[in-house]
Design a binder for this molecule. Sequence first.
Ligand SMILES: [Zn+2]
Length: 258
Amino acid sequence: MGFGLNVSYDPFTYNGSTYNNVVATLPGKTHPEQVYIVGAHMDSISDRDDPTNMNAPGADDNASGMAAVLEMAKAMVGYAFDATIKFIGFNLEEKDLVGSKAYADKAKASGEQVRGMLNFDMIAYPGNSGAKNVFLAGDSNLVDALKRNALKYTKLTTTLSYNNFDDSDQYYFHSSLFPGSTSAFAIEAEPLNNPNYHKTTDSTETSNYMDFAYATDITRMGVATLADFAGVIPEPSTLFCFLLGGLLLMVGSRGKKT
Ligand SMILES: [Zn+2]
């Protein structure tokens, strides 16, 4: 259990060994069979220093994305949603999307109704330009929703693409590969300019590197979008005010001649 959620290992095999994705589930209230996934990869690599180097702190790639998923779980567990939300840490992304492909294959085989997948991969290095720009790519309805929420709730600017990029975990959940689903990912706009990418210096100890306010804004955009898609159910107090307001309007209008 974590944040009050049921958490389990979801094993898969790669090259004769067993690895695990980690799945935390927030069951839906009205359509629990419909599933929205928010995920990030947990593994990291330092192959630009040395392919065999086991020191891979992976602070931006991808502890930043995993932190977004954990913070979203922490925030969303206090609310009820129509659909089920699964918070997933994917393994072996750096080995060519092995963990997310294993999950998508299993979900398709078992008939799990995955309606959407939002992925975070490298969200804490905004680049040198000073612009707080985030790159959003994938199915258009999800990309457009992310952009709307970025404008509404954050100071981010956005660059959009409706292509399905095959270099991160949203790939196998795209509508073209997973019928009924929609997928997108959020990534810093200048990942190729990241001087610490896949190096031992991808660390919070590297100065002038990570921008946590930027990562927070990307997380904020994500949580608002996931709440829209999974159908957040108004809290009782909100609902009560809404109903009371309606009742007062009805009572008020009865006394008036129209
Ligand atoms: Zn990554």
